[in-house]
Design a protein around this ligand. Structure first.
Ligand code: NAP
Length: 430
């Protein structure tokens, strides 16, 4: 068997420790599939004394992760620290500059600096691999970039954040409110102490930016992603969506449209019978639509030590075998600069839930505003009667433009009889 592939691992947290455990547990089959053993020679983390459930005795320890790039016994640098800046970025830059391939799980880094990093990697002719950065254990990168490479893709979409999917699932199954379920998810370890990155949709937007670049062959553009999270979703909306035959999911959707490429992350109502509607709990899913393949859906665990380590080690096996695909599927110079379509131009159907005073003429005022904006109603549902008190009214619309809907909502929210900020959820026929 050929010379082992020697790796250095920066970051020994959930994913880093998981990678070391997996490499040890499956060493034999990995060596067979990689054509040579993959061995860890050096590591870096902040706290050398922390018990990580793995033995670090035989390994070279570095306090400074960036120094791993210059470690003479290292063939490949594995960056598992995280964050788009700081030591993770410095290490990846240093490794590429030193001509060493990099494997990372860092979606923030790829989404924000991926275009520049790909150019640097190309200039040095080194591989930058990031299967674990999108949807954890699901081979989404390889699936879209390699498996579907022969297709012109029209859309790629997915449930890209397990924390949000878990919270929405529990809210629906138990009829509970967001804040309470979030607090419980934090106790169970499904949500971070600072959950903003997940629940405000930023983590999903990082992943969507990466998928969109791969799907449409254009430079990664995180700034173009329209992002909304799940903080404003209520148990009432989830229940009403159910009555209408829908489930609420936080989706990332990238699509080719007449105006360019639209990329958006926001809560969506999807038909309850759609396969993606049934992806529950911490599971993720990625759907892609290609001109020759049709629709493909991949489902699995999007996070956690085992699934994420599985993706990191798959990249290492590719490297050991010498399989080399350009970072974004094609050389940087061959990527197209397709314009990003602004959210105002999005076309779709909408669910609108109002809390209105139960008084004659209220519905006429609301429907009059929608008519003025040329928005046609698909259905209307009023729950209960309580003269003089607040009652929920739900309207669903036919397809219209986001700008029309925003103009209508601004006027509806200003009506004296409309008591709370209207809830607006986009309906997606996935
Ligand atoms: N967790 C998941 O399920 C998952 C899934 C997909 C992708 N990812 C990505 O994988 C990466 C790692 O995530 P994680 O969940 O494993 O994070 P984590 O558990 O917080 O681990 C981070 C590791 O980085 C080390 N570290 C932090 N700052 C450092 C520094 N300045 N110098 C050296 N080491 C430093 C920490 O050292 P100490 O242990 O000594 O504190 C820790 O071992 C992130 O990019 C994340 O987005 C994670």
């Amino acid at each position: 068997m050929s010379k082992p592939l020697a790796i250095a691992v920066a970051g020994l947290g959930t994913v880093g420790a998981g990678v070391l455990k997996l490499l040890e547990a499956n060493a034999g089959l990995i060596a067979a599939r990689a054509g040579r053993p993959i061995i860890v020679g050096a590591v870096s983390a902040r706290d050398r004394t922390r018990d990580r459930g793995i033995s670090l005795e035989a390994l070279r320890w570095y306090d400074d992760p960036v120094a791993l790039a210059a470690d003479p016994g290292t063939d490949v640098v594995v960056e598992l620290i995280g964050g788009s800046e700081g030591p993770a970025r410095a290490l990846v830059d240093a490794a590429i500059a030193a001509g060493k391939p990099v494997v990372t799980a860092n979606k923030a880094l790829l989404a924000v600096h991926g275009a520049a990093l790909a150019e640097k990697a190309e200039a040095r002719n080194v591989l930058l691999a990031f299967e674990a950065a999108v949807a954890g254990g699901i081979p989404a990168i390889k699936g879209v970039r390699e498996g579907l490479a022969a297709n012109r893709l029209s859309r790629v979409a997915g449930i890209l954040n397990g924390t949000c999917n878990y919270i929405l699932t529990v809210m629906r199954e138990q009829g509970r409110e967001f804040a309470e379920v979030l607090a419980e998810a934090q106790k169970l370890g499904y949500a971070e102490a600072d959950p903003a990155f997940d629940i405000d949709g930023i983590d999903a937007a990082h992943k969507l930016a990466i998928l969109a670049a791969l799907a449409f062959g254009r430079p990664v553009d995180f700034g173009a992603v329209h992002v909304e999270g799940i903080r404003n979703i209520t148990a009432l909306d989830i229940a009403l969506a159910g009555e209408l035959g829908y489930r609420i999911k936080l989706l990332g959707i990238a699509a080719r449209t007449p105006g360019g490429i639209s990329t958006r992350v926001h809560p969506c109502m999807v038909p309850a019978a759609a396969p993606i509607a049934r992806v529950d709990g911490v599971f993720n899913a990625v759907v892609a639509e290609g001109d020759f393949v049709g629709r493909v859906m991949l489902e699995g665990r999007g996070a956690g030590a085992g699934p994420t380590a599985s993706a990191v080690v798959a990249d290492l096996i590719d490297l050991a075998r010498g399989r080399h695909t350009p970072v974004w599927g094609a050389a940087s110079g061959a990527l197209e600069s397709v314009p990003a379509e602004p959210m105002e131009r999005h076309r779709g159907a909408y669910y609108l839930r109002l809390m209105v005073l139960d008084r004659p003429g209220v519905i006429a005022d609301v429907t009059g505003i929608l008519r003025d904006q040329a928005i046609s109603l698909e259905s209307m549902l009023q729950r209960g009667r309580a003269p003089g008190e607040a009652v929920p009214v739900v309207l669903t619309t036919h397809e219209c433009e986001e700008s029309q809907m925003r103009a209508a909502i601004a006027r509806i929210a200003a009506l004296e009889t409309v008591l709370e900020t209207p809830a607006l959820i986009r309906i997606e026929p996935l």
